[in-house]
Design a protein around this ligand. Structure first.
Ligand code: NAD
Length: 483
């Protein structure tokens, strides 16, 4: 068994307790037992971490490193995470309640890939030269410099804490920013292990601080801090809006990666046998606690019954239980609040007259387990309009392609969509018509660090990952020279 002592803050290269001695309890959602007492940062620790990050950014050892040297540190970090992959998967499963096999297969490799990918960018952050006509008869040279935005305040959610920490750390560090990371109070363990690895591979002290703490205290202090140049946030639209409200008047840069209510569009020309396992995965992976979960299953009316039955059978067949049992396919929800939220949405489904096709109940055992759940319903129901962030999908019929697109776009969210079709023309036609940040055609999986990631409408502002995510941590300065 993993022995977790009282955990401290990683502040400016040192392991410390907060000045006021505050802690919070981290629970194992699969057993409801206490996992660890974790130090909770307050405004004083945020202040000290931002000051250390600023000192490294403005003239510190970090600011003097060449891109290649930053890249080598990131590569060493990727290799350390790779070495520690088993342990990190254990921590992720303990903290989040997800199957340990899923963490080992998806979350941790994605984090490793993200560090490797952005390590390669560190010495390739380039501006451009722009040809201009002569000015008053004299030739001109204009070029741009991509400069790091400065101190990044990074705030992460609990559903994929290792992977999303890597999404924030890797591109910011690659371009030369410094980072103060506030991990989620429900799942701080892997971020603290990452902090130990950051220390081990030799990032200059203060380049990265990791400050677990309560969102409304440590998170809010980071967002409001005048020494933070950019806030990179992943979480709920409600907290995202609060961050925008605070950062707006200060004209602080923000990237907001928020929720989703993503559609899967199943057309009559799709290969049902091939798609159904992945369609079910996109509903139930990570207990449905996935921002890109395909929770609105829009299906041609001729297939509504068959798809409903087969998704219900897939749900009923899923092995739900102990995250550390290799046979487990779905684990526990992250906490009691999330459990109650999911069960309340099941109630809302019943109230709105949705047809329960599978699941719908809490498991009779300790831990926050619910059955994978499938409803038949329509797009106006509360379960189809609001993000549940649990293993609940709604199968919704459409009559033709036009209606499918209308229903898919009839939501306040716009993160992702999946198009299931055998027609190349339809795939591209529908992909172009969907108002989302990412369209999958005949597949679904975690974001790839090489591709930009983010949403439109309530799903967020800006992009992380890909070249866009790299550039989101920079400012483009123009230099114009009259020769
Ligand atoms: P949350 O918004 O409750 O918390 C996210 C983080 O914000 C936590 O670290 C929390 O401590 C912090 N926080 C809370 N209040 C704060 C405040 N006032 N100021 C600053 N920080 C504060 O979200 P959650 O419940 O952890 O995560 C679930 C949400 O995240 C869902 O809506 C989900 O869709 C979204 N999500 C989005 C993506 C994406 O890439 N778009 C990925 C994963 C999760």
């Amino acid at each position: 068994m993993i022995n977790l002592p009282k955990l401290q803050l990683f502040l400016a290269g040192r392991w410390v307790d907060p000045a006021d001695g505050a802690t919070f309890v981290d629970l194992n959602p699969a057993t409801e037992a206490e996992l660890a007492q974790v130090a909770a940062a307050g405004a004083a620790e945020v202040d000290a971490a931002v000051a250390a990050a600023r000192a490294q950014f403005e003239g510190g050892e970090w600011s003097r490193l060449a891109g290649g040297d930053r890249g080598r540190l990131l590569t060493r970090l990727a290799e350390a995470v790779e070495r520690e992959a088993d342990h990190l998967a254990d921590l992720e499963a303990l903290d989040v309640g997800k199957p340990r096999a899923e963490a080992r297969f998806a979350d941790i490799p994605q984090a490793i890939e993200t560090f490797h990918h952005f390590a390669g960018w560190a010495d390739k952050v380039q501006g451009t030269t722009i040809p201009l006509p002569p000015l008053n008869g004299r030739p001109q040279l204009s070029y741009t410099l991509r400069e790091p935005v400065g101190v990044v305040g990074a705030i992460t959610p609990w559903n994929a804490p290792t992977m999303i920490a890597a999404w924030k750390l890797a591109p910011a560090l690659a371009v030369g920013c410094t980072v103060v990371l506030k991990p989620p109070e429900d799942a701080p363990l892997t971020a603290l292990r990452l902090a130990e690895l950051i220390e081990e591979v030799g990032f200059p002290p203060g380049t990265v601080s990791v400050l677990p703490g309560i969102g409304a205290i440590a998170g809010a202090a980071l967002v409001a801090h005048p020494g933070v140049d950019k806030v990179s946030f992943t979480g709920s639209p409600e907290v995202g809006a609060e961050i925008a409200r605070v950062a707006g008047p200060a004209l602080r840069r923000v990237t907001l990666e928020l929720g989703g209510k993503s559609p899967q569009l199943i057309f009559p020309d799709a290969d049902l046998d091939a798609l159904l396992p992945t369609a079910a995965l996109s509903l139930f992976a990570n207990q449905g606690e996935v921002c890109a979960a395909g929770t609105r299953v829009l299906v041609h009316e001729s297939l509504r019954e068959e798809v409903g039955e087969r998704l219900a059978a897939a749900a009923a067949a899923l092995v739900v239980g102990d995250p550390f049992d290799p046979a487990t396919e779905m684990g526990a929800l992250v906490n009691r609040r999330q459990l109650e939220r999911v069960l309340a949405y099941v109630e809302a489904g019943h109230r709105d007259g949705a047809e329960l096709l599978a699941g719908g109940a809490r498991l009779e055992r300790s831990g926050f387990f619910v059955e994978p759940t499938v409803f038949g319903g329509h797009n106006q129901m509360q379960i189809a309009r609001e993000e549940i962030f649990g293993p609940v999908g709604t199968v919704i019929p459409f009559a033709d392609e036009e209606e499918a697109i209308r229903l898919a776009n009839e939501t306040r969210y716009g993160l992702t969509a999946v198009v299931w079709t055998g027609s190349l023309s339809r795939a591209h036609r529908v992909a172009a018509a969907l108002r989302v940040g990412k369209v999958w055609v005949n597949g679904w999986g975690p974001p790839d660090p090489r591709l930009p990631w983010g949403g439109v409408k309530t799903s967020g502002i800006g992009r992380e990952l890909g070249v866009a995510g790299l550039h989101a941590n920079t400012e483009e300065k123009v230099v114009s020279v009259v020769l």
